[in-house]
Ligand binder design. Structure first.
Ligand SMILES: Nc1nc2c(ncn2[C@@H]2O[C@H](COP(=O)(O)OP(=O)(O)OP(=O)(O)O)[C@@H](O)[C@H]2O)c(=O)[nH]1
Length: 476
């Protein structure tokens, strides 16, 4: 996941603390120092980090905590709350509505990823049934129109622009008019990238904004600038009515934590983050689920949304039957990975599961449930054929063995029929699951209580026959 390093460091600090037999002042201080170091490395402002440390110490008064209280959970919750506080601007952004025309204008520094992000934003909404369209009002950078045209064509999104016209205001107005007539509900206007000092380009941006009257202006910002994001966002906000921010290149930059917190400090809501160059490497940014994933605590609502997007409901009963018989083959793993891949980049999906890191699980193959059949020469052949390293194929086999072991213990797991899941059978399945899950993951979820809670949450996704149904989550 994005900021995997930061998340990993914080989780490790919390884990080390929970490994201690007694959590005293020293153990707590060590843990907070580790978290502080990780946040500073991510370029989060010193004052914010120091305040966070003070607040946690204030909340977690070890002497006051009655014996028997789960100190680790209290501390973890305090860390969670404080991180949310740092990242939450406390103000939601304007949200366009499907079926009702909205004009959204993108602004940002040169090379921040604006043009790429316009298409990602359009594609994201198109997948959800919107009718987006793209207007290229960037007449400054040669090749900007071609880039937008190429992206838009790939995603099958209508676009408007001109090679001849040099007035961005004229193009923007014509494009918006055209797409209003065509009943598009999300008209996206891409503008030229500019530097803070370029007053002429800032004036041009103001004029485009005045002429097209956007419902929302989105400021696109590259995460690599870290806490300097504060000044940049402020400069743009002074010229146009920035209503939301998208932070890009979160995949490659350790300073992403700093960028996100700095933007929050300007009271501008971050609505999406860019996590790669591809069209679907784009994630909704929501503070609580983001922090939850950062701490390895998962994001069930996001996971359920993803599942509902891709899993064909009619194919689920057959799969559940096979799994409940303990019959987990490489083919099943392959097919499930294929489905998961459709949900977006795999690391993104797995980071939504509590206890999972963002480690990539390689795509695998075939029908045998006997890993012994995979001898050395076969592994070499597969590696050659797939253009992969032998090490990667071997890692995949290890992963398969690990999953197969889990599923073999699943034998006898009750498969609920639609709507017949009772609290009792959910508890029974929770007990079954608690024996199957790796102890580390169970601990991360919050033990037996946490697992039962989780199943309840999953169960609230009614009519789900995906993972929710599998783990015992039909409606009561
Ligand atoms: N790794 C990564 N690269 C990105 C991301 N978003 C954009 N890029 C890359 O950043 C580079 C610049 O992106 P553009 O979309 O051309 O930037 P721009 O802001 O439109 O550029 P100007 O029109 O010059 O202002 C391209 O190589 C993109 O592929 C992201 O989230 N992650």
């Amino acid at each position: 996941m994005v900021l995997a390093e930061l998340g990993g460091s914080i989780s490790r600090a919390l884990q080390q603390m929970s490994n201690a037999t007694v959590i005293d002042e020293k153990v707590l201080n060590d843990c907070l120092n580790d978290i502080t170091r990780a946040l500073l490395q991510s370029d989060v402002q010193f004052k914010l980090v120091r305040d966070m440390q003070t607040n946690i110490k204030h909340i977690v008064n070890l002497d006051d905590l009655a014996a028997g209280h789960n100190k680790r959970r209290i501390i973890q919750q305090a860390v969670f709350n404080e991180l949310c506080k740092i990242l939450d601007p406390g103000k939601p952004s304007f949200t366009p509505k499907k079926g009702k025309t909205s004009v959204v204008m993108f602004v940002g520094l040169q090379g921040s990823g604006k043009t790429t992000t316009c298409t990602k934003y359009a594609y994201y909404h198109q997948k959800k049934g919107w009718k987006p369209a793209l207007v290229c009002a960037d007449t400054f950078r040669a090749g900007a129109f071609d880039q937008l045209k190429q992206n838009a064509t790939k995603a099958k999104i209508p676009f408007y622009g001109s090679y001849m016209e040099s007035d961005p205001v004229k193009i923007a107005v014509e494009g918006v008019e055209r797409f209003k007539e065509e009943n598009c509900d999300l008209i996206i206007v891409d503008t030229s990238g500019r530097h803070k000092q370029e007053t002429a380009l800032f004036e041009e941006m103001r004029q485009v904004s005045e002429a097209t009257k956007p419902d929302l202006v989105i400021f696109v910002m590259d995460s690599s600038i870290g806490q300097a994001a504060f000044d940049q966002a402020q400069a743009f906000k002074q010229s146009v009515a920035v209503g939301a921010v998208i932070v890009t290149k979160m995949d490659g930059h350790a300073k992403g934590g700093g960028a996100l917190s700095a933007v929050a400090a300007t009271k501008s809501p971050v609505i999406f983050i860019g996590t790669g160059e591809h069209m679907d490497e784009f994630e909704v940014f929501d503070v609580k689920p983001f922090v939850s994933r950062l701490l390895g605590m998962g994001d069930w609502s996001g996971f359920m949304d993803k599942i509902q997007e891709v899993v064909p409901m009619d194919q689920q009963p057959e799969l559940l039957q096979k799994l409940s018989e303990g019959n987990f083959t490489l083919r099943i793993m392959y097919e499930q990975f294929q489905k998961i891949l459709k949900m977006g980049p795999i690391s993104q999906v797995f980071s939504m599961l509590p206890g999972f890191g963002a480690e990539l699980m390689p795509k695998g193959q075939l029908d045998s449930s006997n890993p012994k059949l995979m001898n050395e020469s076969r592994i070499m052949r597969i590696a050659r054929g797939a253009g992969r390293q032998i090490r990667e194929v071997m890692e995949m086999m290890e992963e398969y063995k690990r999953l197969a072991k889990i599923w073999s213990k699943m034998k006898g797991l009750k498969i609920p029929k639609k709507g017949e899941m009772s609290a009792l059978s959910r508890n029974m399945n929770a007990q079954h699951m608690s024996k199957v899950l790796p102890p580390q993951m169970l601990k991360q979820i919050g033990g037996m209580g946490g697992l039962q809670n989780l199943m309840k949450q999953m169960g609230s996704a009614k009519d789900m026959m995906g993972m929710g149904g599998l783990f015992g989550g039909g409606g009561d």
